[in-house]
Design a protein around this ligand. Structure first.
Ligand SMILES: [Zn+2]
Length: 336
């Protein structure tokens, strides 16, 4: 399977349509039947998928329309967690922090239905399935049952491994593990690495790892140990400075973040092209995928859309330059 050089993708989340937020609200108040809520989520998924495709993104997703939040969604589906109520994370953002209170249990598929729906409705051959990683779920939960965070993370890895096997059976080709908390405690990074490696064990799909809000030098020391073939990292937010750690990325691919998700200013295609030319000093174009820094969900929907449009236009500028050197496509590599 071939992809155009510098394949474009998203990290995962996308702004929910306002009408869907109303549905979430009504549903949480018990004023909307479950069936109607599920239908609304599916319709929103298709709308976002089309939006991604219209921007020209090569590897789309549905913007996680059915996920309330990146850990709460998973802890509500995994047996053994209970909720004590909302916890403030930053600014005015809250999430329902779960506590592990008994042995964790795989009760139902986590994102399998979402994947099936996307697969049925997309025109693209490959989609990216984002899923929150074992260490981040452990770090963002209370632990009232396991003897350590390590044990909790490894239990979560087992649960995710089961989900990954089902996704592979169902035809998924590219799974991205999201671990924004992975570098929170430098001494626990080896636990996160081991948990991720356990989660992907025996599963033959392409695995990417997305890490944000972090000191990447801590991550770079573990590039070679992690059994993933791509790292999707943020650079726009850092003004494309301090990229030297990329010298340690000797064989895996880089998902290069070129769109700032915390700033409503829409990057120009020329800016995107300039950033890509800069990163090519560190990683050759055959190992580069292009994506926003992180999920786009906190942006206004029209701005998120325009940012993706300009990202793709910027990529097209560089593709023309690379075509002159005969570089037009790359193979889709499951492992490296
Ligand atoms: Zn992120």
């Amino acid at each position: 399977m071939e992809l155009p050089i510098l394949p474009t993708s998203v990290i995962g989340s996308y702004p929910k349509p306002r009408w869907l937020l109303r549905m979430y609200n009504l549903y949480s108040l018990g004023r909307l039947p479950e069936e109607d809520f599920r239908e609304a989520v599916k319709d929103a998924s298709v709308a976002v998928l089309r939006e991604h495709e219209r921007t020209g993104i090569d590897i789309p997703w549905d913007g996680e329309m059915g996920r309330s939040e990146m850990t709460e969604y998973f802890t509500s589906k995994i047996g053994g967690f209970r909720f004590y109520g909302p916890v403030r994370v930053w600014g005015n953002a809250y999430f329902n922090k779960a506590a592990a209170v008994s042995k964790l249990e795989y009760r139902e598929p986590l994102v399998l239905d979402e994947f099936r729906w996307v697969k049925e409705n997309t025109t693209r051959e490959i989609v990216k399935v984002p899923i929150t990683g074992p260490y981040t779920i452990a770090e963002w939960s209370f632990n009232e049952y396991y003897s350590s965070k390590e044990e909790l993370a490894f239990e979560l890895a087992k649960i995710l491994n089961r989900e990954f096997r089902l996704l592979e059976e169902e035809g998924a080709k590219f799974i991205q593990i999201d671990e924004p908390a992975m570098l929170n405690h430098p001494d626990e990074v080896p636990i996160a690495v081991e948990a991720i490696n356990r989660a992907v064990k025996g599963v033959n799909v392409k695995f990417g790892l997305h890490v944000c809000f972090s000191n990447y030098h801590l991550l770079a020391d573990h590039f070679d140990e992690l059994r993933v073939s791509q790292f999707a990292l943020e650079f726009a937010n850092r003004k494309f400075r301090d990229m030297d750690f990329l010298r340690k990325l000797t064989h895996q691919e880089l998902g290069f973040g070129v769109i700032d998700v915390h700033n409503p200013r829409v990057e120009s295609p020329e800016e995107v092209a300039r950033a890509i030319r800069k990163v090519m000093n560190y990683v050759e174009p055959e190992r580069l995928y292009i994506n926003p820094d992180c999920g786009l969900k906190l942006l206004d929907r029209r701005i998120a859309y325009q940012k993706l449009v300009n990202m793709v236009r910027g990529v097209e500028i560089v593709r023309k330059e690379l075509a002159r050197e005969g570089k037009k496509s790359i193979p889709f590599r499951r492992s490296v």
